[in-house]
Design a protein around this ligand. Sequence first.
Ligand code: AMP
Length: 323
Amino acid sequence: KVIDSMSEISAVGHRIVQGAEVFKETCLVTDEVIDQIDALAELAPVHNHPHALALRACKAVIPAGTPQVVVFDTAFHSTMPRKAYLYGLPYECYTDLHVRKYGFHGTSHSFVSKRAVDFLGLDKDNSKVIVCHLGNGSSISAVVNGQCVDTTMGLTPLEGVVMGTRSGNIDPAIVEFIAKKENLDIDGVMNVLNKKSGVAGMSGVSSDFRDLEAAYNEGNERAIAAVEVFSYRVAKYIGAYAAAMNGVDAIAFTAGIGENTSFVREKIMAYLGYLGIKIDRVTNDKTRGVEALISTADSSVKVCVIPTNEELAICRETVKLVG
Ligand code: AMP
């Protein structure tokens, strides 16, 4: 038991996955806000309706005078310029259907990019940071002077790098091809892309990089292929974001894989010698789940590990709003 009564709770911070263009920053929970979050369920079917149910349940049991706050996964990415968030689709898909890149893991990208700037002693108003949030779901963001300018996840968390069980980017025509060949409807194909793909589907071993590393070391060809594809895709996005920002000062690794899996970090960094990146192999090898600089003193880009802490970030946002 943590508390004796609900009155001990000073404020509540809720994490909400999809804020779309309606919620660009943290705000207080009202009945109208809950209804709007519910209305966005179309854009995040697995998350937003359950969020709305939880918000209504909390409102019912927590005293009315206790402020409740919603913090959106998409909010940090709302500073992306149009050229980054528009898809090459008919413009009405954006204006009428709200189809655009929203990005996710925003609380983590915000927390880690800020912490990397502090940890590395960069000038926050003159900084270009790439955050690699590599976990079961993975996303990468490009952050200039504390503001997100691009990120890999899109309308949904399916876009971007290859993930644990999600495919990440594929040729969109593959959807029709698999549907016809396997006699699947849209839900069936989406199930393949979300749940049966990624490093788990490629390797046939696991979505967990601890298992993949073991299989890799045993010479399992499919596990080797999965790790190679994962690392290569991440490295390509880092290159793309260095181009998008016209440079990069720091790269920060975070989340389960980013914080713990040194051999994958090393594989990714091996592609980036052209940026003048040099990894300190000994420090990289022993860094697990702690803040550390893993590049050498003469590396032209600083590379670090920053453990993410979304709960702390949500707590800070909540305190900032309710005072
Ligand atoms: P997350 O979604 O951030 O919780 O990350 C989960 C993933 O991180 C797991 O599926 C593993 O692939 C990876 N992971 C977590 N802990 C470790 C660890 N100690 N060593 C290697 N990989 C880990």
